[in-house]
Write a protein that binds this ligand. Structure first.
Ligand SMILES: Nc1ncnc2c1ncn2[C@@H]1O[C@H](COP(=O)(O)OP(=O)(O)OP(=O)(O)O)[C@@H](O)[C@H]1O
Length: 720
């Protein structure tokens, strides 16, 4: 705590400048610390025989340089560091009452030579504080400190906290006048007892000590407090002007913050985690402030694929769908799955303008009306791993009798077969590559989820073919082509119990995983036991058991297998999968948050651009050039058309976004707008600019509403 006294300074000024903490406030704070710490020496007496004339505002026990000497003329104590104030408050706030931080007491205390008279007689002259005061010896302090300070507590003057309404100044004065000559032996050592600090609601200065639930004996250190205090003593009990502030220690800190939260700063971005690994500033690029490049690229491509059209398409228009676009990349006619050649198209609905996937079964003749109604049951299956079915109908627009199934369209989807077996995709021309076990488990979990939804809807998938399961995102699969076999095989499936068909689903499921795990083409899955035996060479025994359970039919006497039983057996993999999915969800939310404000800024830009440079409005050809519109034009220049000293364009995206955000948030910051000829200068706040934007835009809206000529403009208005 103390600076070595042997420290030498070149000049007196330097000594003053370099004085360590000669500040009474911080000294008091340090003293306070030592008081609170019973192990620390609480008092260091002077070692010389000179009578000590304690200067005003100087702490008598201060062992720091300057303790034995008066401060040089002109010495000014530096203001107390905030930490010192905090410690002071903690040390001197045993009742937990909140002192006034900005009150004049601190100010006075920081001006030891001020003309403010000290109301503390104990400190004001040798009459009260004198080194000849008896009975303190440091050796005693070191060897038997406790007994020195704690034996005479009984004789200590009782402490009387001042009530808010009382004449506190006179009371203090009277109390101090009555106090005996300073005698440290009369002082009882402070024993912090934190459990007594819980004052509850009765801990106000007005409350009696009994009511308060603690003993004020612990605070019977008024003489010491006053002896160590600066000329204007700090007395937290005198603070009685905190109306509404509960008298608890913690409330002091609470009072530093406004109780009501400030409104959020809408012009600031608040990134939401999880974050990318730390990047050095030079590694950051503009895209770091927005959605990741990978995701943007992916979405961009999907959007492009969705909007892709075929000029001069030979494909016909359907009654309810138009702009058909073929999704089959192979031209082969395959009848293996449905018994009919099928074609897949992307199409736009004439009803809602959205994109759908149409699957056409070529040459299908509907013989039973009920068959097509069977497909309707699939409308109730809404599952993340099933492509949603919308409708089925027949048509002759293709020149034959075709059956059409309409499902959700997932741009850039690939079938599982294309992904893992096609040379162009998974194998990258080198043949199929081993599918990692975690991906296989992910597929197992997702297909189980789909089957559970389907079976619980009293339906069966019937078609778990690798060419009819699509991958719509990374490792994200969905059962497609649902409902088709319900119609096509309507007659035959009427004769089979649903449980049997569901049992087939499980077997097909097992074969699918086995095919992927062994990279065997589905039509080559002949020797299943042998293939199962090869599984443990690449995968865990658990995977082998799961596949084997699915493929093998129930033994005689056993109940039929059920997807729920399977799900129960793979529960730990389901949990892992859920965790992966949730983390992916977090990361997407984080990506989304980066784009949070973009829509807002685009709307603002649209507004701004409807106003600036407008050729003619209400017969006024210069409408956008004068009045409130003119500063907006200059603001547009300020944001987008800035040049540097050499006249080169400034293209700082941060500047543009910052300005637009401030405008949108109507910030109080002001901006200087200069006309291009430098003859006009406006100093205007963003708040004012926002008002101008709104007024000018509303003027346009009003006129548009009157005329009702432009549906486009009317459509734009609600969004803005
Ligand atoms: N709902 C859908 N949304 C978007 N694309 C789809 C959808 N369903 C299928 N596709 C895509 O259409 C293409 C053709 O699908 P299809 O089922 O005909 O596969 P295939 O391998 O050609 O099978 P097949 O040999 O039986 O014709 C595939 O690339 C598939 O990813």
């Amino acid at each position: 705590m103390a600076e070595p006294q042997s420290r030498q300074y070149a000049t007196e000024e330097e000594a003053q400048d370099l004085q360590p903490v000669a500040d009474p406030a911080s000294r008091v704070a340090e003293t306070g610390t030592s008081i609170l710490n019973p192990a620390a020496p609480a008092f260091v007496p002077p070692q010389h025989g000179l009578p000590l004339q304690a200067p005003q505002g100087f702490v008598a026990h201060d062992p720091a340089p300057g303790f034995n000497q008066l401060p040089a003329p002109g010495f000014r104590y530096p203001p107390p560091p905030p930490l010192a104030i905090l410690l002071l408050l903690l040390a001197y706030n045993p009742l937990g009452e909140a002192p006034t931080y900005l009150g004049c007491r601190f100010t006075n205390r920081l001006q030891p030579h001020s003309s403010v008279p000290s109301p503390t007689p104990l400190l004001s002259g040798k009459k009260t504080l004198n080194v000849e005061s008896p009975s303190f010896t440091p050796s005693t302090l070191q060897s038997n400190k406790k007994s020195t300070f704690s034996t005479q507590a009984a004789s200590a003057a009782p402490f009387t906290p001042r009530g808010p309404g009382g004449n506190s100044a006179s009371q203090t004065s009277q109390q101090n006048m009555d106090a005996p000559v300073f005698n440290p032996s009369n002082i009882r050592e402070f024993q912090p007892q934190p459990q007594n600090y819980d004052l509850g609601s009765t801990g106000s200065p007005n409350a009696s000590t009994h009511d308060a639930g603690y003993s004020l004996d612990h605070f019977n250190m008024a003489p010491l407090t006053q002896a160590l205090a600066p000329p204007v003593p700090f007395n937290p009990y005198a603070v009685n002007d905190h109306s509404g502030i509960p008298n608890q220690g913690a409330t002091y800190f609470q009072s530093q913050f406004p109780s009501a939260l400030s409104p959020p700063q809408y012009h600031l971005y608040a990134p939401i985690g999880p974050y990318r690994e730390d990047l050095m500033p030079y590694q950051r690029v503009t895209h770091d402030f927005f959605m990741s490049e990978r995701l943007r690229d992916e979405l961009q491509k999907k959007s492009h694929a969705t909007l892709q059209t075929m000029p001069n398409s030979p494909l016909p228009q359907l009654e309810k769908y138009h702009s058909l676009f073929p999704l089959d990349t192979s031209n082969r006619k395959n009848t293996a799955v449905f018994g009919y050649t099928s074609w897949v198209y992307k199409a736009v609905s004439s009803k809602d303008g959205k994109y759908y996937c149409l699957r056409r079964l070529e040459g299908f003749r509907l013989t039973n009306e009920h068959a097509i109604h069977a497909a309707r049951e699939w409308k109730k299956v809404l599952n993340a791993n099933v492509v949603t079915f919308h409708e089925a109908f027949t048509t002759r627009v293709f020149g034959d009798s075709s059956l059409i199934f309409c499902h959700d369209y997932h741009p850039l989807a690939l079938t599982l077969y294309e992904h893992h077996f096609s040379p162009q995709q998974g194998g990258r021309g080198r043949g199929p590559t081993v599918v990692p076990e975690n991906i296989l488990w992910s597929y197992i979990c997702q297909i189980s989820n789909a089957l559970r939804a389907i079976h619980h809807a009293k339906l069966a998938a019937r078609c778990l073919d690798m060419t009819k399961i699509i991958i719509t995102d990374k490792n994200r699969i969905r059962l497609g082509a649902t409902s088709i076999l319900d119609v096509v095989q309507f007659e035959s499936s009427q004769q089979r119990p649903l449980a049997d068909i569901q049992q087939d689903d499980l077997i097909q499921f097992g074969r699918l995983i086995l095919s992927l795990a062994t990279l065997t083409q589905p039509h080559n899955l002949n020797n299943i036991p042998q293939l199962l035996d090869t599984l443990p060479m690449k995968y865990s025994a658990g995977l082998r058991d799961a596949v084997s359970w699915l493929i093998s039919p129930p033994r005689p006497g056993e109940n039929a297998k059920h997807i729920d039983t399977f799900l129960a057996n793979i529960s730990q993999h389901l949990v892992t999968f859920a965790d992966v999915a949730l983390r992916a969800d977090d990361s997407l939310t984080s990506e989304l948050s980066r784009e949070l404000e973009n829509g807002r800024l685009v709307r603002l830009l649209c507004k701004l651009n409807t106003i600036t440079e407008r050729g003619d409005h209400a017969g006024d050809s210069a409408w956008s050039e004068h009045g409130e519109r003119y500063p907006l034009k200059l603001f547009r220049d300020y944001v987008f058309h800035q040049v540097d000293e050499s006249g080169r364009p400034v293209l700082e995206l941060g500047h543009m976004i910052r300005c637009l955000n401030k405008l949108d948030a109507a910030a109080d910051d002001r901006v200087t707008l200069v006309s291009r000829d430098e003859q006009t200068v406006f100093v205007v706040s963003y708040k004012d600019l926002k008002v101008m934007v709104d007024r000018a835009f509303n003027e346009l809206v009003k006129r548009t509403k009157q005329a009702q000529t432009s549906p486009a403009a009317v459509n734009m208005m609600p969004g803005l």
